[in-house]
Design a protein around this ligand. Structure first.
Ligand code: CU
Length: 276
């Protein structure tokens, strides 16, 4: 309902009211512009080709262009107008391509830098750590709470730090246009703003073993107040293995167990109650 611009389902995720251009929106406009320009160029080129094919078609009785000086076999054709047409078409193409490159790159830089910039501007960003493991996901909130389902407030910038405890995974929520590698020993950042409340599904998008297809997690986009209420109740809660993955293949690896490989700062099992 924001702007029914794209043909894509993006409407659920555009960050209209928060005033932030969510990656979903940015990618949507890149998609639409490329699709539009591609279609336009295609239509022009194909129509012009067909037009010329028709205009200069072979006719037994008459020469379609009697004024044309045709090169003889072995002779190089001389372009009319000192290659004006050639330079013009090259010039325009180069201009279009360069503009697209610059614009796309700038958009990607914006998407990359937005959370940092937002934080500098005092925007309230929710940071959540995402840990992939065979075969499930664990979410760690700033207060140390850990859950197997992702709960986020609507209309707020959510910054995800994605990593893995074992092998390569890939964390993705298609409806929110979120997708990020989960690599052991590395942290990848991605972010989104969900505008509409609802339940979505996160999946693993990097084949990682026999339980890969069941490696999903519910994503709840909640009303901000409802989220705050829920969040306040998680205080001090250390293992949110609520009921784990209901899908087949989940569960066999206890997730919040003490894991020896101690990923760099990743899974510090939330100082339970002790420290202030
Ligand atoms: Cu996986």
């Amino acid at each position: 309902m924001v702007d029914s611009g794209g043909p894509v389902v993006g409407d659920t995720v555009l960050a209209g009211t928060s005033g932030i251009r969510a990656p979903a929106e940015v990618f949507n406009s890149i998609f639409v512009v490329f699709l539009g320009l591609g279609t336009l160029v295609g239509v022009v080129v194909i129509s012009y080709t067909l037009y010329n094919a028709y205009k200069y078609r072979y006719r037994e009785d008459e020469d379609p262009a009697p004024e044309l000086e045709r090169p003889e076999l072995g002779e190089l054709p001389e372009s009319g107008g000192k290659g004006k047409k050639l330079f013009l078409s090259f010039g325009i193409s180069a201009l279009i391509v360069l503009s697209l490159v610059i614009w796309t790159y700038a958009s990607l830089l914006y998407v990359e830098g937005a959370p940092t910039e937002a934080q500098q501007n005092g925007v309230d960003v929710l940071d959540i750590e995402v840990d992939g493991f065979r075969f499930g996901w664990q979410f760690t909130y700033p207060n140390g709470a850990q859950t197997s389902e992702l709960r986020v407030p609507a209309n707020r910038m959510v910054n995800l730090s994605v990593t893995s405890q074992d092998v390569f995974h890939n964390f993705g929520i298609p409806e929110l246009r979120v997708k990020s590698d989960a690599i052991p020993g590395q942290t990848t950042n991605t972010w989104f703003v969900a505008e509409e409340t609802g339940t979505y599904t996160a999946n693993c998008y990097e084949i990682c073993g026999e339980g890969h297809s069941g490696m999903d997690a519910k994503v709840h986009v909640m009303e901000p107040e409802a989220f705050q209420e829920w969040y306040a109740n998680t205080e001090g809660e250390t293992n949110g293995t609520h009921e784990g993955n209901e899908s087949a293949g989940g569960e066999d690896h206890a997730l919040s167990g003490p894991d020896e490989p101690a990923a760099p700062g990743a899974l510090a099992p939330a100082r339970a109650g002790g420290a202030p």
